[in-house]
Design a protein around this ligand. Sequence first.
Ligand code: ADP
Length: 158
Amino acid sequence: MKVLYPGSFDPLTFGHLDLIKSASNLFDGLVVAVLENPSKNSTFTIDRRKEQVMEATNSLEKVHVVSYEGLTVDCARSHDINIILRGLRAMSDFEYELQIAHTNRSLDNTIETIFIATEAHHSFLSSSVVKEVAMFGGEVNHMVPSMIANDLYEIFKK
Ligand code: ADP
């Protein structure tokens, strides 16, 4: 069975990576789908976000990285996948995630959403927290892979 793990990954953090590693042990294949969302002002371009995820996951054989625009259910269908994977860090994620899961089911009831609870030690991480720390020159090497840390320092240098 294969799963689709969609998200903005702007940028990928060790929290996302924990989830990718757990899921790749559980499933036959995992497609990480990086969302190009025109209504969200992303820090990194879609191509760079995809490259970052590819580099961070290149040792994981079962992981494949794609980018997509539009509906997540359409992306899942185009890869012949009927399970969407999302991560839960805390109760605060739950309401939002449940809303998306219900929306996706209303669009296609053959596609299920499943959740994996994050590793406790990375559950404080979010892409926006990492960006805020990097923006003020703080240490982010324990939060993101080194290529992404370098990208963050580079983009906030100006
Ligand atoms: P989106 O904009 O779609 O929420 P994100 O890249 O922020 O995209 O998150 C993608 C998924 O990864 C979400 O399900 C989110 O809950 C999960 N996630 C975010 N941060 C972490 C983390 N630190 N640990 C595990 N999962 C996470």
